[in-house]
Write a protein that binds this ligand. Structure first.
Ligand code: ADP
Length: 176
């Protein structure tokens, strides 16, 4: 059942012992602030060394690395769009981040994966819109693919947590 395969959690994604955590990276893949900085700090400098060998990542795409000192096994790095005004293909690019990250996870036999709220920090994507995209893409992927057992959508703070729970309830009630 789909509703048992999506979980919403309020907390620090770097602490999760899942198969993969997703990083909201930038095009360079060489680290940054926010969740990216937290992941690199927790993983240790070997993560940056591996990222340097990748040569960057276009917006909407995803790349995978090992996770070094993190409790998770893998890090999927995806680059969310910077929000301008909604006319620059921002929604489609954010959706692509979720789809491409999940597809890459599937290719690597990953069964449990945790996402942060991609683009909703420094990249200023409105939280409600981003949340709806995150949940819809996750649900659609899980409906088509049985290999991934659980997707954890990680919020950082009570405001995001409330928005995510409300959106999940609404989207599940539409489809179930
Ligand atoms: P972006 O540049 O894609 O906007 P940010 O890292 O600035 O990326 O923010 C993305 C989201 O990650 C924000 O909602 C922020 O609150 C959240 N976040 C920041 N640190 C963590 C963390 N340690 N665990 C989970 N989420 C986090």
């Amino acid at each position: 059942m789909i509703q048992n395969r999506i979980e919403i959690l309020n907390g620090d994604i770097t602490a999760l012992g899942v198969d993969a955590i997703v990083n909201a990276a930038n095009n360079s893949l060489l680290g940054g602030g926010g969740v990216d900085g937290a992941i690199h700090r927790a993983a240790g400098s070997e993560l940056l060394e591996e990222c340097k060998t990748i040569g960057g990542c276009p917006t909407g795409e995803a790349r995978i690395t090992r996770s070094y000192n993190l409790p998770a096994q893998w890090v999927v790095h995806t680059v969310g769009p910077i929000w301008y005004d909604g006319t620059q293909n921002e929604e489609e690019m954010l959706a692509a981040c979720y789809r491409n990250s999940l597809a890459l996870a599937k290719e690597h036999g990953i069964q449990t994966i945790a996402f942060p709220a991609i683009s909703t920090g420094v990249y200023r994507f409105p939280m409600e819109r981003a949340t709806n995209i995150a949940i819809r893409e996750t649900v659609q992927f899980l409906q088509k693919n049985n290999q991934i057992a659980k997707v954890i959508l990680v919020c950082y703070g009570d405001r995001a947590f409330k928005i995510y729970r409300e959106a999940l309830k609404n989207i599940l009630s539409e489809i179930l």
